[in-house]
Write a protein that binds this ligand. Structure first.
Ligand code: C5P
Length: 219
């Protein structure tokens, strides 16, 4: 094989869920497995990129050939991503929690007889993709994902604009699709030029195709 198309390029990828603490033993989370994000990090590395993967808590192995930074919370994920700049490529795949508990309890919250359940006050988390998409050191190629259960195409288009991304990879995560937590994915690519639907592919194949798309876009 000839020269790798992403040799000398730096990439940052986010993957997995975030865990937002309620108290020292409880947290708010979501069902993201990290499979798609980890596969993309590996695929970019195979094309020669120097990849930093910023991963939330996952149970899958670290992908080969990639520097992995493990974080728990959205705030830590943002900090780790910003620390990788400048980069040529950002692919934000993590299912970042939209909200965190405003003031996590320092001690385990105890049941208070007669008082009922404690209220949980939430604060908005930083939007990592949006921050990167509008950053002074914005990477040349910024890619986001859109996990939707309805109106996938329209929501993707709105997201492209709002987040300052070059590409939104939209997928339908309705429970009946089995995509979230599963190994297969069925995606639509949304750019300023329009929409391209890919056939149902394994998450590894989506990752390879996406890495190819990014390499083409950069050259
Ligand atoms: O707005 P929504 O969460 O649907 O956008 C999805 C895209 O934005 C994904 O690429 C996700 O990784 C990214 N995102 C982020 N930080 C957030 C929320 C979403 O990077 N706080």
């Amino acid at each position: 094989g000839g020269a790798k198309p992403l040799a000398g390029r730096r990439a940052v990828v986010t993957s997995g869920p975030t865990h937002e603490p309620i108290d020292p033993v409880r947290y708010i989370a979501n069902r993201s497995s990290g499979r798609q994000g980890h596969a993309i990090a590996a695929a970019l590395a195979r094309l020669g990129a120097e990849v930093t993967l910023v991963s939330g808590p996952v149970t899958i192995p670290n992908p080969p050939g990639v520097t992995v930074i493990r974080v728990e919370q959205a705030s830590q994920m943002l900090e780790a991503v910003l620390a990788t700049l400048p980069a040529d490529i950002a692919v934000m795949v993590a299912a970042v929690a939209d909200w965190r508990v405003a003031t996590p309890n320092a001690e385990k919250i105890k049941k208070q007889p007669g008082e009922g359940p404690p209220p949980l006050m939430l604060s908005e988390n930083p939007d990592i993709l949006k921050t990167i998409g509008h950053h002074a050191k914005r990477p040349a190629v910024v890619v986001g994902f859109a996990a939707e259960t309805q109106d996938v195409e329209n929501n993707g288009r709105v997201k492209l604009e709002k987040k300052g991304a070059d590409l939104i990879v939209a997928n339908d995560v309705s429970p009946e699709t089995g995509i979230m937590g599963g190994t297969m994915n069925s995606v639509k690519l949304i750019t300023a030029d329009g929409i391209t639907a890919w056939p149902e592919l394994s998450k590894d194949d989506v990752a390879d195709r996406l890495a190819g798309w990014i390499a083409e876009r950069l050259t």
